[in-house]
Design a protein around this ligand. Sequence first.
Ligand code: ZN
Length: 468
Amino acid sequence: MPRRTLIKGGYVLSIDPAIGELAVGDVLVEGETIAAVAPTLEVGDCDVIDAAGTIVAPGFVDTHRHTWQAPWRNIASDWSLFHYLWGMHTGLSKYYRPQDTYAGNLLGTLEALDSGITTLLDWSHNLATPEHADAAIQGLRDSGSRAVFAHGGGAAQWGSVPGNTVDHPEDARRIREQYFSSDDGLVTMALAIRGPQFTTEQVALHDWALANDLDLRITVHVGDGALGKTRPIEWLLRNNLLNDRTTYVHCCSLGDDELAMIADSGGTASVAADVEMQMGHGWPATGRLLAAGVRPSLSIDVCTSTGGHMFGLMRTAIGTQRALDNAANEAAGGVLGAAPVELSCADMLEFATIEGARAVGLEDRIGSLTPGKQADVILIRADTLGMAPLNNATGALVYNAHPGLVDTVLVAGRPVKRAGVLLGHDPAAVLAAAEQTRDHVLAQALLDPLIGDISLGGGWVPRDPAGA
Ligand SMILES: [Zn+2]
């Protein structure tokens, strides 16, 4: 008999239409899976988690994060997209040793887990050597989180863009064979490839064929600023490469017709609203995607710029779209403030959970509190001065909650956070390793004439290494 845990008496937001919302509800976990969800369950001989005063929900899913960058938190908060490409992507990245990738991935994944993100797609695109890939996977595995390791190549693939001529590394084949011969583990694999806007057509065709050959889902940036206006989706359609196993990240500067092409193919999307507005990718595409028939997922993206938790991201994403909708209504002759709200908090919570699960290909396993699914469950305190009285649990999660309220987190039925404390990790040691990484990279960068004037404190803005 597997271990049984009864999560008792919480406000349950199941995200399962057949179960709905329970003002007082119980969730029974048996081993790794959810066994039952009901207003009240009588169960003998089990562990009990008292959920009174909390909101019980499925864990959040972040569908795109460059986790390796976590030790450089907020260094890029005042940078544009181009500054980021020069400073982080082809600048600081080259000084990462495998242990730095490990330190970044462990810190970034634990940060996510601590804030209720139980599944993270690690968009890992600083894999200079096979050892870097090994270290990235080890960091994910050691965190205890559910994760998708999205193998994304390294500087050879990401330098000299657009028009890069270097194929996605063959090491992806080894990784698939050595670590991911099964797709059933807590950590699974995807291929993070460059869109055709970054490479030659020949390389794009090679990379898509590699994903097909390895039988992997694809995650790809498209519609990211000016580069995104080069009609990448139309190119993919022409080459018969659009499919329902691909997640299109950003989509900000794609044409409406291209969003329709994604919808027709059954593809999924990832909106990184904070980064898109901070760096200049364009307006978050939430509303345009919905109009085209794609319900998006959400992603943190560049954790060197913005916060790493889903509460802030949901707030940005819904606030942006509502503002755009209001402005559009007024522009069409409507009265400002009189238009009904179209995008709901419930929509946003679905984007952060079940749509995220769909975008990483795990909707049959996670994303809702559905009996038979894996027990990835979060409890958020709702009995605090800032959350009570709880008059609208969904609204409170989207517009009011924060990581400090995350009381309990279960991944595959296993408690990884209880009573506000992350279990099985020493945060001081994780942070010390991340600081060592930061200091190592900083010391190397100070000797690099292309980077040179780097400093901490927010004053450093990278310059174009080409001298522009
Ligand atoms: Zn990204």
